[in-house]
Design a protein around this ligand. Structure first.
Ligand SMILES: *Cc1c(COP(=O)(O)O)cnc(C)c1O
Length: 374
């Protein structure tokens, strides 16, 4: 059993994929080929945004908006304490300070009440300027934008949605990648929409931000004069081959999403009696980038993982360490504890999830988990 079965997906789209890649090679426009613009149009239409700007990775899709907003040294950017490292790394990469916000104990997404507390703590300390917040759509479920967006507006914070895992999820009828000033997603192969290398994209409805992000991704270029540079940017393009791959995958994406939902519903039934199953908020849907269980006895997690692997079931821990406990952030200022993030990091366990998971695989996971927990 695979944790994420990319080979099954590849077999399904193989003829289309081969033709699309052959076409890129025949055209020879490896950077900036027409497939990139086509992909940007399709992705913007899919998520319901005016603009999509493809780039080199999900990490860059977080860094470029921070640069575009002028976030840097002396600024505080609020990030959830329980997420992949890159969410906070992007903040530190532009010289700003990541401030860790606790998560809700059920969805593991940013807790709006703790966001308010942490903003107030930063204001009271008076050494940093609160500038932006980066909610994460963890494991595929959008964060609570109904609560977070008004709070950000109240404190004058810019919002960057980290939808690296969220592409395909929805919140109150709107798709992930449609929230905040800019949304960022990743096309790392294991994400819900993945390419065959690194890639990412940014989304916005603001024409000025769109222009700035397009310039920043190519060395701060001047759209009117290729050899004039308006500002210092980066080299962060999505290459044409990856865009061609993503166009093929986008064709089957909705079908795959339905398969993920069906697999999650089966898991809920099978695994619910054994462990905590993912909590999806009312009015939300998840793209199930991960199907993450909460173990009743966290201390036994290493033994449970070993027992599952022995029975041929791969299991992973996303994430074993909250961000505030990362060595790289050892010197970061402390604006208060994140107990729910710590508890989640100690208790979670992700099991195989992908659109090609069979009911037989899922029954095998149930038997293996029951035996491992016994
Ligand atoms: C994967 C991921 C990223 C980074 O994406 P890359 O394409 O690997 O750079 C950022 N944030 C979250 C939440 C992620 O899961």
């Amino acid at each position: 059993m695979q944790f994420i079965d990319l080979a099954a997906q590849q077999a399904r789209i193989a003829p289309r994929l081969a033709e699309a890649m052959r076409q890129v090679l025949a055209e020879g426009r490896y950077i900036g080929g027409p497939q990139v613009a086509e992909l940007e149009q399709r992705l913007a239409a899919y998520v319901g945004r005016r603009f999509c700007i493809a780039c080199a990775s999900g990490t860059d899709a977080l860094i470029l908006p921070l640069l575009a907003m002028g976030v840097g040294p002396g600024d505080a950017v609020f990030v959830p304490d329980f997420t992949f490292f890159a969410t906070a790394e992007a903040v530190a990469a532009v010289g700003a300070v990541p401030v860790f916000v606790d998560v809700r104990p059920d969805t593991y997404n940013m807790d709006p009440d703790d966001l308010r507390r942490k903003i107030e703590a930063v204001r009271a300390a008076g050494d940093l300027t609160p500038r932006a917040v980066i909610p994460v759509d963890l494991f595929g479920q959008p964060a609570d934008y109904t609560a977070l967006l008004p709070l950000a507006a109240q404190y004058g914070l810019r919002v960057i949605e980290d939808a690296a895992q969220g592409f395909g999820g929805t919140w109150q009828g709107r798709k992930a990648c449609a929230f905040g000033d800019v949304s960022a997603t990743s096309f790392f192969p294991a994400k819900p929409l993945g390419c065959y290398g690194d890639g990412g994209a940014m989304f916005t409805d603001d024409p000025a931000l769109d222009a700035l992000l397009r310039s920043l991704r190519v060395h701060g270029s001047d759209p009117a004069d290729k050899y004039n540079n308006l500002r210092v940017g980066r080299n962060s393009r999505l290459d044409t081959l990856q865009a061609a791959v993503l166009l093929c995958k986008l064709e089957v994406f909705n079908d795959e999403l339905a398969a993920r939902h069906a697999a999650a519903a089966r898991y809920d039934q099978l695994l619910g009696p054994l462990a905590g199953i993912p909590a999806v908020a009312p009015g939300a849907t998840s793209s199930y980038a991960q199907y993450t269980l909460r173990l009743p006895q966290p201390a036994r997690r290493p033994a449970v993982i070993a027992a599952l692997r022995e029975q041929g079931v791969p299991a992973m821990v996303y994430y074993p360490r909250p961000l505030h406990a990362q060595t790289a952030f050892a010197g970061a200022p402390d604006y208060g504890p994140c107990p729910a993030a710590e508890a989640a990091a100690a208790a979670v366990l992700s099991v195989p999830m992908h659109p090609y998971l069979t009911p037989a695989d899922q029954t095998a996971v149930r038997h293996a988990l029951a035996a491992a927990l016994a």
